[in-house]
Write a protein that binds this ligand. Structure first.
Ligand code: TXA
Ligand code: MG
Length: 318
């Protein structure tokens, strides 16, 4: 059931239920990190493999020491700058963080979300929340309560409605190699913004079998409609028959095969485009199109994060 009742969500979480929560990135499927049954339920609902660890969400940077053994100085700089916000830090964990959350790793991913509903909820709880994105494993992440409801229906007692997610892309994940930051996942905060605080950062290897951040798995964030990412949409659609849906950055196209087109930002604003990306994939995926064709975005700032998600959306199922 979709609801705006934070107190009811608190009660559900205290009794061990899973609640979908709004964050400024995407909606999450949240449960008490110390409740083994609740966490198992999250993995089951998402059909997520147990080797893929979860992010711990807490209400304040001051909570960090409860879960983390050692915080490199560049992690402190990033946490102070971007929390509450769309940054996840992967740090050496304390023993009290359950292995189920971290998939047996010696690190834990942590973030303080900025969405007022998420913060109020976390402040009302005596435990932090583990929350992966609220989509079945591999599908498009949800940016509205309705998306979550469409995926899980009555399997969830509450989808807490916090409106459309402001950023619309998952958090940027930064891990550490010794004291030096490593980018594990592109996301709502651009590499340029991170580097402005801590200098240049390494990009994690994409190891297909056991990636450091399994969000780097190649097929992910995918609609069920076959999707293509191309440099030149107008040339490409001339080669395609059938009913096509297209996603463009700032322009529009005219061609008889185009069934629907979505321009993500008429003013060429990457932040606006990022916030609308998943919503438009959800929308086009419902239309029974023969394919979706998306335009490659500029390779800087949030354009890089958008291209990353679109590339994964275009990968064929293994
Ligand atoms: O914006 C977000 O981060 C959203 C909202 C709900 O907070 N959450 C999210 O969670 O995207 P999820 O589970 O869909 O993606 C989390 C990613 C996964 O790829 C996971 O492998 C990685 O974080 N991760 C979690 N713990 C990790 C760890 N200890 N080491 C490396 N990667 C980790
Ligand atoms: Mg996810």
């Amino acid at each position: 059931m979709i609801s705006t009742d934070i107190n009811e969500a608190v009660q559900c979480l205290v009794r061990g239920d899973i609640v979908s929560i709004p964050t400024e990135t995407v909606y999450g499927l949240a449960g008490n990190i110390y409740d083994e049954n609740a966490i198992k339920k999250i993995f089951e609902l998402k059909k997520r493999p147990l080797f893929n660890p979860l992010i711990v969400h807490t209400h304040s940077i001051t909570e960090l020491d409860k879960f983390v053994d050692y915080t490199p100085s560049k992690a402190q700089i990033l946490a102070k700058k971007f929390w509450p916000g769309s940054l996840t830090l992967v740090l050496k964990k304390k023993n009290n963080v359950p292995d189920l959350i971290t998939a047996g790793k010696d690190t834990v991913a942590i973030r303080v979300p900025k969405h007022p509903v998420a913060l109020k909820l976390l402040e009302g709880l005596e435990f932090p929340l583990a929350a992966p994105s609220a989509n079945p494993f591999g599908s498009i992440s949800p940016t509205r309560a309705e998306h979550v409801h469409n995926y899980f229906g009555d399997q969830l007692s509450i989808v807490l409605d916090g409106g459309s997610c402001e950023n619309g892309l998952e958090s940027t994940i930064i891990g550490f190699n010794g004291d030096e930051p490593v980018l594990y996942r592109l996301g709502s905060i651009s590499i340029e913004e991170i580097e402005a605080e801590v200098g240049s950062i390494e990009i994690a290897n994409k190891k297909e079998k056991a990636p450091d951040a399994p969000g780097m798995l190649s097929r992910h964030y995918a609609p069920s409609t076959r999707t293509y990412l191309v440099d030149n949409v107008s040339e490409y659609i001339k080669t395609k028959a059938g009913r096509i849906g297209i996603i463009l950055f700032e322009s529009s196209e005219a061609h008889q095969n185009i069934q629907t087109q979505i321009t993500l930002s008429e003013t060429g604003n990457l932040k606006e485009a990022a916030s609308k990306l998943y919503e438009s994939l959800h929308q086009l995926d419902k239309l029974n199109l023969d394919c979706i064709v998306a335009e490659k975005f500029p390779d800087y700032g949030l354009g890089k994060s958008i291209n990353d998600r679109l590339e994964r959306a275009t990968k064929q199922k293994d």
